[in-house]
Ligand binder design. Structure first.
Ligand SMILES: Nc1ncnc2c1ncn2[C@@H]1O[C@H](COP(=O)(O)OP(=O)(O)OP(=O)(O)O)[C@@H](O)[C@H]1O
Ligand SMILES: O=P(O)(O)O[C@H]1[C@H](OP(=O)(O)O)[C@@H](OP(=O)(O)O)[C@@H](O)[C@@H](O)[C@@H]1OP(=O)(O)O
Ligand SMILES: [Mg+2]
Ligand SMILES: [Mg+2]
Length: 347
């Protein structure tokens, strides 16, 4: 009798908002994954998750207590399923203070590049009225500053920023707000996409530098939103940018970028995120992390299909993140806030 070769197929259930589904779940990704034995299946969020699947892995960018409950229940009945990523771990990115706090937990690895990294000075404001009275505000924070909503939950509101040049600009603040020092960075931002152990750094246009001489004539505030995410059409109207060539901008040292990426991944216990980095023009070799996003727009990454499919394969074959669903992690998801262990193999 001829021997039958049965290769095990895997299934990944995805729970994503419509906008994300449209950009991320492209035929090219679905087909490539299928060829590698992985079926991507949409989760119907109107039905209980436990009644669907079974999935070997649940991939999601959904929030809220109801969804957490669904995941919890799913894991009780499917203890071997893998959740990418745990809601408790993602949560830290929903607050622009806890989001960047993690950067200080990364060990600085000495390299030949002599580059350093950190975050811009920032404070959180709950009562803007007090800012005006205060003789000194923000302990050494200098104008201009960027006001960012404290909450970063993916809503349009959470992306609304205010560039503030003088104290008159405080009138428009909608607390709670983070005031972050604006750092001149040559109008270029580096977006670093992380997919498990994979790291990709790309350049994007950013806000132009503000000359110190010019600052004296600038008052009040200027609002903007998702500058580095604008389409080329939006960019052409030169609302935010000077003419500048992105191609000419020097990339940061890759050793530094991969070190930050690996450090963030371990400290946050997240596998899918990107972070924005700028180079402080004044210092030259100092890099500042200004934003971290969970499950960003990967489809904009060249060859995202194979990068993501490789990642799925590693996760499903337990080559990635052995700590997934360890007892401690499971306890955490179920709501017992014990610290999780990190026994993931090193990259
Ligand atoms: N400290 C800073 N100094 C200079 N420019 C900054 C600073 N912080 C933010 N920017 C500029 O403002 C833009 C938006 O800021 P940020 O990335 O924090 O917002 P976001 O809404 O979370 O963005 P994303 O769409 O990446 O989630 C950045 O891409 C960058 O161009
Ligand atoms: O698709 P989503 O709604 O998740 O939008 C994300 C967007 O991806 P998109 O390109 O698919 O719009 C991301 O763009 P890049 O950093 O990769 O350029 C980034 O702006 C995230 O902050 C957004 O996540 P949010 O913070 O709003 O949840
Ligand atoms: Mg950003
Ligand atoms: Mg962001």
């Amino acid at each position: 009798m001829a021997e039958m070769t049965t290769t095990k197929r895997f299934s990944i259930g995805y729970g994503l908002l419509m906008k994300k589904q449209k950009s991320f779940i492209q035929d090219s990704l679905v087909n490539l994954a299928k060829e590698r034995g992985i079926d991507l299946i949409k989760i119907d969020t109107d039905k209980p998750l436990v009644d669907q699947g079974p999935f070997d892995c649940v991939l999601h960018k959904l929030y809220g207590e109801e969804w957490r409950k669904q995941l919890r229940e799913y894991l009780v009945y499917n203890p071997n399923a893998i959740v990418v990523d745990f809601p408790d771990a993602i949560e830290r990115l929903h607050n622009r203070i806890s989001m960047l706090d993690v950067v200080s937990e990364i060990e600085e690895v000495k390299s030949d590049e002599m580059a350093s990294f950190g975050i811009p000075k920032q404070i959180v404001i709950y009562e803007p009225e007090k800012l005006k009275e205060a003789k000194t505000w923000g302990e050494g924070l200098k104008f201009p500053v960027i006001a960012k909503p404290l909450v970063a939950d993916g809503s349009a509101k959470s992306h609304k920023m205010l560039l503030i040049f003088s104290s008159e600009g405080f009138d428009k603040l909608k607390p709670p707000t983070v005031l972050q020092e604006f750092v001149n960075h040559g109008g270029v931002i580096f977006k670093v996409y992380v997919v498990g152990k994979y790291v990709k750094c790309v350049k994007r246009k950013s806000l132009p530098d503000i000359a110190e001489e010019k600052l004296e004539s600038l008052h009040g505030s200027l609002s903007f939103s998702q500058v580095s995410n604008l389409t080329s059409h939006d960019r052409n109207d030169d609302k935010y940018y000077k003419r500048m060539d992105l191609e000419d901008a020097e990339m940061p040292p890759m050793s530094l970028i991969t070190n930050i990426a690996r450090g963030l991944r371990k400290a946050m216990k997240l596998h899918l995120f990107n972070f924005d980095v700028i180079r402080d023009t004044k210092v030259g070799n100092r890099y500042l992390v200004i934003d971290i996003n969970y499950f960003p727009g990967y489809a904009k990454m060249p060859g995202y299909e194979s990068v993501l499919t490789d990642f799925f394969w590693d996760v499903l074959n337990k080559k990635e993140a052995r700590s997934f669903n360890s007892d401690k992690e499971l306890m955490k998801l179920v709501g017992n806030n014990g610290a999780g262990s990190d026994n993931e193999s090193s990259a």
